[in-house]
Design a protein around this ligand. Sequence first.
Ligand SMILES: Nc1ncnc2c1ncn2[C@@H]1O[C@H](COP(=O)(O)OP(=O)(O)OP(=O)(O)O)[C@@H](O)[C@H]1O
Ligand SMILES: [Mg+2]
Length: 270
Amino acid sequence: MNGPSADLRSAGRLALTRIAPRDRTPNMPLPAATIDGPSASRDSSAPAIEAQALTRVVSLGDRSLTILEDVSLTVAAGSTQAIVGASGSGKTTLLGLLAGLDRPDRGTVRWFGETVSSLSEDELARRRQGAVGFVFQSFQLLPALTALENVMLPLDLAGVRDARERAAAWLERVGLSARLEHLPKQLSGGEQQRVAIARAFVSNPRIVFADEPTGNLDTDTGAEIVELMFRLNREQGTTLVLVTHDPDLAGRCAAVIRLARGRIVVGAGA
Ligand SMILES: Nc1ncnc2c1ncn2[C@@H]1O[C@H](COP(=O)(O)OP(=O)(O)OP(=O)(O)O)[C@@H](O)[C@H]1O
Ligand SMILES: [Mg+2]
């Protein structure tokens, strides 16, 4: 077998298009889908992320609600950034904008010097390939695919030939080489989270966004996941942007911003 069957692949595509945050973004970004995707406009000396004056407004019936306001943020390439704040403060909203899963109503997002927030859906999807991986707040594995197939999927959809070998190598790296053929429901929460992390990293992205990567894990498993992500940051130079409620995890990051009611709280630290 060379990967998920055609049926599973199309089911996977369909299901992945449904992983959009809330009801937006018809053209769902995969966790990074190719390896080392070409991008002529990459500037290796530029920050990984520059967000300027991001504002996000949603409409609720006849009125609009500003859920993120005037948020600016710069993350150096190869650095680690934590986003903290109370539930409902806008962390997931901000992460979605930074990752190009959602679009700001005002403001701009740049990756490595290139403005991505104004690109068309197709162009944005191309930029994301090989550049961005995403670990969702709830793992978002496809239930009908095995652990191996879930990790293979972004590579498979991008036509990468040795998808199976690469995916298996990543599952081994996250300590799951004995679980390749397990379905998500046959895996513990921590194991599913590790599959999600393998899927985010398998394409060797330059930036990984993770939304509460330890939120559903017990302390020991959470610590293992954190070690793994920081090891990948050190070894691969992957820029990490983490949303977390865990002060210890935030404290390990090079920089921390705190949100309150959709705004950055200046000088509040972690
Ligand atoms: N599409 C939407 N429509 C209406 N309200 C929204 C929408 N998206 C987000 N919100 C609201 O915006 C606020 C911020 O949501 P967000 O998910 O970013 O918070 P969060 O900081 O990630 O919270 P948590 O820690 O609970 O995950 C919340 O009050 C949420 O209900
Ligand atoms: Mg959230």
